[in-house]
Design a protein around this ligand. Structure first.
Ligand code: GDP
Ligand code: MG
Length: 553
């Protein structure tokens, strides 16, 4: 296919602004899929994507489009819009020459619209602003055009107003893709060089990598090398995604497609990696960054007998997601399990949901934590830094964009939910890593009748110690059964107690009367319960108590 009639583009937007719906319309209009009610968000294949209405894995489709008597090959990459997956977005972008920047005509510019715009802008791509959902009663495309002009410095005349739902003006989008986005600069004369921008694991065929060919061509049987690991593979199959796999003989410079080469783990085809021919080594494409976990949580089987099952589920799921960091871990309270690292909170939730839905696993997920670097000296006495305002820009008279520096720990737990509820859903938020900063963090112990409970020791900010300690004591009190004596539940920093709750002793008022079976049942239940108890000093603590304190709310 002649390179000058190829267009590589992706669709970027804030979540829910209509990327997947527009992708559906583009697929229908170019005949890649049939027009039926059933074809909704066809590129969102995972169950969690369909339920949550979000895109987790980027998906690709090659479309053939006839325009002014010429046949064009349009490679569309649908990207996940959420912050957690911005690395995937950045890699998808680097496979393209242009983007469709979708903005909801009602909601206007939102946090990820801005974040995604900058990814495309920095990569110097052609940006086509598309204002979607003009069919909505409250649509205000005029206002959104003013925002686009003001914030992105793009003339309002360049905006295309559409309704992806109804198909209105979607033909104009296709024309703009052909007319405004340049073809890739790629020559079949050069040595083969391809960017891996996504990869999936298939149980029968191994890793299926999605690639954009930047130079040369590749065919079945070729020996290729992945630059990052330096390992060699033989190409078993390759082809186009339309959006289902269509095997072809070769893939040429400028094309986007899939390749299967006997890789057994997605870690062998990491997003951002470069593939080349073994006999013609080339320099790797810039921008490769191994995924970096930002949020950590413990995952434990509900019951230790489910350990092996959960292990294989986690192994299989991480085969498909190289960005999850896995480390074996064990807790006195919860038994053997794992400490998993995720790109962000949504990533963690999606992973957990997939474990439950696709592998039928039931797991205990502990409250998420973020990485700290500890320096064991008095330098921690440095004055604390909570949110520091960096700048503020008025997008228009109704919307303001503010930048703050936050400790990550402050945003992982409930910041997003709070922000949404305080602003009645109007505020949106995005973050990027600003590196480590010194902070006034302290170690807090939880004591039961004076004995520390090892598994409940946490790192907290000094200012939060009191409220966190109090909450933990309260939750523990409510989940420890009454015993023969009073139990003091305390939170302490070093030797200083900062919070206390008391569990009063058990009262012996029960009278079982003559019902011996009922009494036996009760005794049996208590004995079973005992097995699941852990003794701390003289206090019996049931496993559930740990779970209720450690688990995510
Ligand atoms: P994504 O998160 O950007 O992929 O957004 P989706 O394509 O999943 O769309 C989010 C929601 O907006 C869905 O409920 C769509 O049906 C709806 N939607 C998308 N485009 C339009 C449109 O043009 N008009 C209206 N009224 N709703 C739309
Ligand atoms: Mg989507």
């Amino acid at each position: 296919f002649p390179v000058d009639r190829i267009r590589n583009f992706c669709i970027i937007a804030h979540i829910d602004h209509g990327k997947s719906t527009l992708a559906d319309r583009l697929l229908e209009m170019t005949g890649a899929i049939a027009k039926t009610e059933k074809n909704k968000q066809v590129l969102d294949k995972l169950q969690v994507e369909r339920e949550r209405g979000i895109t987790v894995k980027a998906q690709t489709a090659s479309l053939f489009y006839n325009h002014e008597g010429q046949r064009y090959l349009l490679n569309l990459i649908d990207t996940p819009g959420h912050v957690d997956f911005s690395y995937e977005v950045s890699r998808s972008i680097s496979a393209c020459q242009g983007v469709l920047l979708i903005v909801d005509a009602n909601q206007g510019i939102q946090a990820q619209t801005v974040a995604n715009f900058y990814l495309a802008f920095e990569a110097q791509l052609t940006i086509i602003p598309v204002i979607n959902k003009i069919d909505l009663k409250n649509a205000d495309p005029e206002r959104v055009e003013s925002q686009i002009e003001k914030v992105f410095d793009i003339p309002r005349e360049e905006c295309i107003r559409i309704s992806a739902k109804l198909g209105t003006n979607v033909d104009k989008v296709l024309q703009a893709v052909v007319n405004r986005i340049p073809p890739p600069i790629a020559s079949t004369e050069d040595p083969f060089k391809a960017l891996v921008f996504d990869s999936n694991f298939d149980h029968y065929r191994g890793v299926v990598a999605n690639i954009a060919v930047f130079g040369g061509w590749v065919k079945k049987g070729d020996k290729i090398v992945s630059a990052h690991l330096g390992k060699a593979y033989e190409v078993n199959e390759l082809g186009l995604l339309r959006p289902d796999e269509h095997p072809t003989q070769k893939l040429f410079a400028g094309q986007v497609g899939y390749i299967i080469a006997g890789m057994k783990d997605v870690k062998e085809a990491q997003i951002g990696d470069t593939l080349y021919l073994q006999e013609q080594p080339v320099e790797a494409l810039p921008g490769f960054k191994p995924a970096k976990a930002m949020v950590f949580a413990g995952m434990y089987p509900m019951d230790q007998s489910e350990y092996t099952g959960l292990r294989s589920a986690i192994e299989r799921l991480t085969l498909n997601d190289s960005s999850v960091a896995v480390q074996r871990d064990s807790s006195l309270a919860l038994g053997a399990g794992w400490r998993l690292g995720f790109l962000g909170l949504l990533h963690m939730e999606v992973f957990n949901q997939r474990l439950e839905q696709e592998y039928n696993a039931s797991v205990i997920v502990t409250a998420p934590t973020v990485p700290y670097k500890a320096v064991l000296s008095s330098a921690k006495l440095i004055k604390n830094r909570r949110a520091v305002q960096k700048n503020m820009v008025y997008i228009d008279d109704q919307r303001v964009m503010m930048k703050y520096l936050f400790p990550l720990n402050e945003i992982v737990v409930d910041f997003y939910d709070l922000l949404k509820s305080l602003s009645s859903g109007y505020a949106s938020f995005d973050y990027e890593n600003a590196g480590y900063q010194a902070a006034d963090l302290i170690k807090m112990d939880i004591l039961l009748n004076g004995r520390p409970v090892e598994e409940l020791t946490t790192v907290v900010h000094r200012e939060r110690a009191y409220s966190t300690g109090k909450a933990m004591c309260e939750r523990l009190k409510d989940s420890i059964p009454r015993q023969m004596f009073e139990i003091a539940i305390q939170a302490a920093i070093g030797s200083k107690v900062i919070a206390r709750e008391t569990r009063t002793e058990k009262m012996f008022l029960q009278n079982y009367g003559g019902d011996i079976t009922r009494k036996m049942k009760l005794l049996k239940k208590q004995a079973e319960g005992k097995k699941k108890m852990r003794r701390i000093g003289n206090v019996e603590v049931p496993k559930d108590a740990f779970i209720s304190v450690l688990k995510r709310k």
